[in-house]
Design a protein around this ligand. Structure first.
Ligand code: MRU
Length: 341
């Protein structure tokens, strides 16, 4: 399985997801500022992977610390990392976990604080892989055998520390002996489906077919798709789900055609402080992602552009939310709180 992010000799090494699939190259970040830039520029992306990167970024920030005012330094490190991308709550969850640990170490020798923060970041990475495997185990039985699974964006090993959430469910279904194949939406504008999901599934020899986003309705109507499985960037208390833009359209089309729409995500993607998805901040990205494809203009110069990177799927379209602690179904206000403990 591909290594998305690793801690190697006091540095963070990530597979560069802006270059896949044409080039398999690795980016080494030696400072927290470099980690922040890698998250912002989507060298690493996907909610859980961003969380792991941020935790490692906090650890790097502590290692970079010189002089007496470690507290002020750590504040800057955490706020810099938190300002990279607004929608995936895993980013803030990981930074908070590291910040709380740092707070609990007040008065300890700097070397001990640094070592403990590095260990915690590595633990977050290891836990993420275990969590994805548990999500896979819990979701595998929902995947109908002998059918196609439709997915949007990339919620795979590349979007996590390994194994994946939505693709973890598919992997686990395949590992349990089910005969399934995958339809991957290309996922305009950043093409995570075409570039990353197709590449990742090919590495595992899981049969995958690429479709453009506007073909999803056609295939959902055809009877070929057994279920849709996607990941999430933030899930509100009522079960509304923020995920890659285009997910909402797929969910509505799935419901219209009687195809179950499943969301696979770790508990750290729940934001139970938000009553509904209306409150989820939606990242707006650069116009050039829409007007250009691989650096080539596909629209007239000066074209007005909107580029929300995520949309919110209302809970009524979500057949179930698959987590590492079990499968939640409506009413989500109750089931999610119960799972989150
Ligand atoms: O903009 P991205 O590529 O970070 O968006 C990623 C997604 O929307 C994923 O579906 C989501 O983060 C879940 S990843 C397990």
């Amino acid at each position: 399985m591909v290594e998305t992010i690793q801690w190697v000799d006091g540095a963070v090494v990530m597979i560069d997801q802006t270059r896949l699939p044409l080039e398999e190259s690795y980016e080494t970040c030696r400072t927290y500022e470099e980690v922040a830039a890698a998250i912002r520029d989507m060298i690493i992306r996907g909610a859980p992977a961003i969380g792991v990167a941020a935790a490692m970024g906090v650890a790097l920030g502590a290692l970079q610390a010189e002089g007496p005012d470690l507290d002020a330094r750590m504040e800057t490190v955490c706020s810099t990392l938190a300002a990279t991308r607004p929608t995936a709550v895993n980013l803030f969850w990981a930074i908070d976990r590291m910040r709380r640990l740092y707070g609990s170490l007040a008065g300890r020798p700097v070397a001990e604080i640094q070592r403990t923060l590095v260990e915690e970041a590595l633990r977050i990475r290891e836990e993420d892989i275990a969590i994805c495997r548990a999500i896979g185990r819990n979701g595998a039985e929902l995947v109908p055998a002998g059918k196609t699974v439709l997915t949007h964006c990339n919620a795979g090993a590349l979007a996590t520390a390994g194994y994946g959430t939505a693709l973890g469910v598919i992997r686990a279904a395949v590992e349990s002996g089910k005969n399934v194949d995958v339809f991957a939406d290309e996922t305009r504008p950043f093409l995570q489906g075409a570039r990353l999901t197709v590449w990742e599934l090919q590495q595992d020899s899981i049969p995958v077919t690429l479709i453009t986003d506007n073909m999803a309705g056609h295939f959902l109507k055809s009877g070929r798709i057994g279920c849709v499985v996607v990941g999430a960037d933030r899930i509100a208390a009522n079960g509304d789900v923020a995920n890659k833009v285009g997910t909402y359209s797929v969910a509505v089309l799935a419901k219209e055609n009687g195809v179950p729409f499943y969301v696979a995500a770790p508990i750290s993607t729940l934001d139970l402080t938000l009553e509904s998805g209306d409150k989820i901040p939606i990242e707006q990205r650069a116009a050039a992602e829409v007007t250009h494809v691989f650096g080539h203009a596909v629209a007239p110069e000066g074209t007005a552009v909107e580029n929300p990177a995520f949309d919110v799927t209302p809970a009524r379209y979500v057949a179930a939310i698959i987590t590492e602690k079990g499968v939640a179904r409506a009413p989500y206000e109750e089931s999610l709180r119960k799972l989150a403990g």
